[in-house]
Write a protein that binds this ligand. Structure first.
Ligand code: ZN
Length: 90
């Protein structure tokens, strides 16, 4: 027969777990505050590699090989502004 813990024992065990979890949450919140502070101070990392041209309206990246002169995301017509520089090998 499997030994069953009484309701009293379970209640005590749960209270212990809750206390532990509360302590961990508090610790994590403090750590998160420090991380958020550090993140505010640091400058944005510069993107690596050549960047794809972006839509002047929604700043979405224009996918490689796109032939349409209209933004995939917002429908902005690229022909109404200066032509976007797309790197074309050859
Ligand atoms: Zn767009």
């Amino acid at each position: 027969m499997a030994a069953r813990r009484s309701n009293d024992d379970e209640g005590r065990a749960l209270r212990v777990r809750v206390t532990e979890l509360e302590a961990r949450v508090r610790w994590l919140e403090q750590k998160l505050k420090k991380v958020a502070l550090a993140a505010k101070v640091k400058p944005e990392p510069s993107p690596k590699g050549p960047q794809r041209p972006r839509c002047p309206s929604c700043f979405g990246e224009v996918p490689k090989g796109q032939r349409e002169r209209v933004c995939l995301y917002c429908g902005f017509n690229f022909d109404v502004v200066a032509p976007i520089r797309a790197r074309r090998p050859r």
